[in-house]
Design a protein around this ligand. Structure first.
Ligand code: F6P
Length: 332
């Protein structure tokens, strides 16, 4: 193998650039030629390759987003799309590929490795942190800190007006971001898809908090909570707005709603995400050189690790229940 390709796919995550930089420079150090693929799997289909030299990845380690651009690609899920991608890689003389992204990206790695029989390794990067086989995905720490910064700011104004705020966070179907930022930010209630709750209880907690002398109430709700508290009014409204209305109705208190949205995905990566991106990007190169395929490099129990992608795709990742329970206790 003389040449490798690197792509980023799915939702961008802060720290992806560190992984691109590390994979590029480690590969060059090992004597390989490197190509970046623009716009994830769609760039692979179109043959949108960018030669990466050691200086091509200068000045990106501190930047959020991905210098290679990202996309969600439906065509790559078809046999025809995959064959086009294979032909492009062969034409370029590429012998292995590193794909950086979330679980959708790992499904792509699995397809490249099994259906195209082409060497492919995955690097976990997703603010959602919902990927089994790794304690942390690149981007999670930065996003959690961004949320925390927002919670701290909202708390200032919430206290000044003795108000209740509902803060909706990302995470798709998972509550890791909400739970982490909720515990760190001292939220009164944390509502995540993994744990059932009743609006009645949330409303009572808000009310009794004020009765005990609290000056504000912060309710954090994960975007994936969905069905748990559907009212039969406007089902298209976001979770946070429906929840805010329901709490107002039940408590007679005013509520304010904030949807943090995509600001959670941008920004300067934390040191932790830069270090993780650097270590995992370099490790992915080692894997390809060693002839490994269809694995995701990862971190577990404080050290580097890996998981076979079929195993990763058929597993699920649980929240740490003790963290949830502790957050409940600490919000009395
Ligand atoms: O997977 C990352 C993520 O930011 C999720 O938290 C969110 O649900 C989704 O992507 C949003 O996707 P898009 O940027 O395509 O709207």
């Amino acid at each position: 193998m003389d040449k490798i390709a690197i792509l980023t796919s799915g939702g961008d995550a802060p720290g992806m650039n560190s992984a691109i930089r590390a994979a590029t420079r480690k590969a060059i150090y090992e004597g390989l030629e490197v190509f970046g693929v623009k716009r994830g799997f769609s760039g692979l289909i179109d043959g949108d390759f960018l030669p990466l030299e050691r200086r091509s990845v200068a000045d990106i380690v501190h930047k959020g987003g991905t210098m290679l651009l990202s996309a969600r690609c439906e065509e790559f899920k078809t046999e025809e799309g995959m064959q086009k991608a294979l032909a492009q890689m062969k034409k370029q003389g590429i012998g292995g590929i590193i794909c950086i992204g979330g679980d959708g990206t790992m499904r792509g790695v699995n397809d490249i490795a099994t259906k195209l029989d082409f060497p492919a390794v995955g690097v976990p990067a997703s603010i959602d942190n919902d990927m089994p086989g790794t304690d942390y995905a690149i981007g999670f720490d930065t996003a959690m800190n961004t949320i925390l910064d927002s919670v701290d700011r909202i708390r200032d104004t919430a206290t000044s007006h003795e108000r209740t705020f509902i803060i909706e966070t990302m995470g798709r179907h998972a509550g890791f971001l909400t739970l982490g930022a909720g515990l760190a930010g001292g939220a009164e209630s944390i509502l995540i898809p993994e744990v059932d709750f009743s609006i009645e209880e949330v409303a009572n907690k808000v009310k009794s908090g004020y009765e005990r002398g609290k000056l504000h109430s912060i309710v954090m709700v994960a975007e994936g909570v969905g069905e748990n508290f559907k009212t039969n009014r406007d089902l298209n409204q976001s979770n946070a707005f429906r929840l805010g209305e329901a709490i107002s109705e039940k408590t007679g208190l005013e509520t304010r709603v904030i949807i943090l949205g995509h600001l959670q995905r941008g920004g300067k990566p934390t040191a932790r995400d830069r270090i993780l991106g650097s270590r995992l990007g370099a490790r992915a190169v080692d894997k390809l050189i060693a002839g490994v395929t269809n694995q995701m490099v990862s971190c577990q129990n404080g050290g580097l690790s890996e998981i076979d992608i079929p195993e990763m795709l058929s597993s699920s990742k649980d929240i740490e229940q003790d963290m949830y329970d502790l957050a409940q206790i600490l919000s009395i």
